[in-house]
Design a protein around this ligand. Structure first.
Ligand SMILES: [Zn+2]
Length: 198
């Protein structure tokens, strides 16, 4: 994965980002994105764009400074996972400052999401990782049954373009995204956008 612009996509079912080392939660049994980050080794950034906060990923790496965890998600106040995902959770011990949560107001659309993504990618650029793991939820879409955020299919293309433009070696791991007619088109839009900038 080092050097160049290698990228891989993992269609994982069930998703993984709510699972911790010793606890299944939120439909998740194995922490797929965290396992990928651990296997990659070196300095790795995990960028979680699922509608829900990646609390499992945060918990697994909360005391480490070699894995940066960043999550963009709907404000967890009265929204899953409720107890985690707030902006003041920044890591502990050596990991202090190596977790960044960017909660968004319910109903936020493309422009608000992309503004948060710019903040996330600035932090990731400052961290200068060897590789990026993208926890790719598609449930931030406006027609997702969770009704948390209002990202459009075109928004997912722009999110893919923006992440692809980092040119970091990347592993894209499928997270949430619930049954609706836009699910497939949203994945295709993200991957098309990502590939267009490689
Ligand atoms: Zn989710």
């Amino acid at each position: 994965m080092r050097g160049g612009e290698a990228a891989a996509y993992a269609l994982c079912r069930p998703p993984g980002h709510h699972a911790t080392r010793d606890q299944a939660a939120g439909f998740c049994y194995l922490a797929n994105a965290s396992i990928a980050a651990g296997r990659l080794g070196g300095r790795v950034a995990v960028l979680d764009v699922d509608l829900h906060h990646g609390n499992g990923t945060q918990a697994i790496f909360h005391d480490r400074d070699d894995v940066l965890t960043v999550s963009i998600h709907a404000d967890p106040t009265r929204f899953y996972p409720f107890f985690w995902g707030h902006a003041d959770e920044r890591g502990t011990g050596r990991g202090l400052g190596f977790n960044l949560n960017l909660p968004l107001r319910r109903g936020t659309g493309d422009d608000g999401f992309l503004a948060a993504l710019a903040v996330a990618l600035d932090r990731i650029a400052a961290f200068a990782p060897d590789a990026l793991v993208v926890a790719l939820g598609l449930d931030a879409h406006e027609s997702d049954p969770f009704k948390g955020l209002s990202v459009t299919t075109e928004g997912f293309r722009r999110i893919g373009e923006t992440i692809g433009a980092t040119r970091l070696p990347s592993v894209i791991v499928q997270e949430g995204g619930y049954l609706n007619a836009a699910l497939g088109p949203n994945l295709a839009a993200f991957l098309d956008g990502f590939r267009s900038r490689r």
